[in-house]
Design a protein around this ligand. Structure first.
Ligand code: NAP
Length: 260
């Protein structure tokens, strides 16, 4: 019998590389994509030799228009059926809105929102026709409230959560599961890319990438949860926001976000 296959964006490091390892361990074939071609090739070789699965690499910059369609077409030309899509690629940027670089923020919207939406549409349509498939969109605990000093990033993740919950409802009867993963601060390359390593949030304790991914994969494969929040502290933080006066929330988030 053929292995099932999973497509993972942002697979060159952090959570994406960990998703690749944990799905390979479960005997899934893997399509890995990100910009760093050498890292992808190294990981693919390691997964093939350790787990006896097939691992394909598709180097792409998802901030470029047309790249999501290119990924979809490449997967088809490889003869791979996407049983699972993990929309994980994403990045953040710290700073006051009037100071942060416009192009970086537009690229962030392309990767975190536009490419994720396109991939969900292309692969999701096929899943709906087959009446089978799963899509996990990586949002964040940032999705639950506005985030001063990372305003655009928090807004992109609110979009990812909202889109995922809506599609989970639309596709409920179609055999297609959609879920949003909402990790809190996690030890990956994210904090240095976002220039966040010195923020109180990242200094106050982070989860390990393997723990976050293990909870995510178990939940995706074995439960019907639409919103997956790894870790007790993150679950508490995400739900506590609902009980605070909305006006107070941005100033609390700002305090946590500021550098020490
Ligand atoms: N770590 C955290 O604290 C945390 C918390 C909540 C949510 N998240 C979310 O988790 C996801 C994974 O991030 P991570 O923590 O694993 O950080 P990471 O180690 O920096 O990984 C980010 C991944 O996204 C890829 N990527 C970035 N820009 C890209 C582009 N233009 N085109 C294609 N791929 C691109 C990177 O690959 P290349 O550089 O090779 O392109 C890399 O594989 C992101 O969506 C992030 O927002 C992270």
């Amino acid at each position: 019998m053929e292995n099932k296959a999973v497509i993972i964006t942002g697979a060159s490091s952090g959570l994406g590389a960990e998703f690749a390892k944990q799905f390979a361990k479960r005997k899934f074939d893997i399509v890995l994509t990100a910009r760093s071609e050498n890292k992808l090739k190294e990981l693919a070789q390691q997964l093939e030799s350790s787990y006896g699965i097939k691992a394909y690499t598709v180097p792409l910059d998802l901030s470029q228009s047309g790249s999501a369609m290119k990924l979809y077409e490449t997967v088809a030309s490889l003869g791979v059926t996407a049983d699972i899509l993990i929309n994980n690629a994403g990045f953040g940027l710290f700073g006051e809105f009037e100071e942060t670089e416009m192009q970086k923020e537009l690229d962030m919207i392309e990767v975190n929102i536009t490419a994720l939406t396109e991939l969900t549409k292309y692969f999701g349509k096929d899943m709906v026709s087959r009446k089978s498939g799963k899509i996990l969109n990586v949002a964040s605990t940032a999705a639950f409230q506005p985030g001063p000093l990372m305003a655009v990033y928090y807004a992109t993740k609110a979009y990812v959560l909202s889109l995922s919950e809506a599609l989970a409802n639309e596709w409920e009867g179609n055999g297609v599961k959609v879920a949003a993963l909402c990790p809190g601060a996690t030890e990956t390359g994210f904090s240095s890319t976002a220039e966040l390593s010195q923020s109180k949030l990242f200094q106050s304790g982070v989860m390990k990438a393997d723990e976050v991914v293990e909870q995510a994969v178990n939940s995706l494969l074995e439960t019907n949860k639409t919103v997956i929040i790894p870790g007790f502290k993150n679950k508490m933080l995400a739900s506590s926001v609902r009980f605070m006066p909305r006006k107070m929330v941005p100033s609390i988030v700002r305090k946590v976000q500021e550098r020490i």
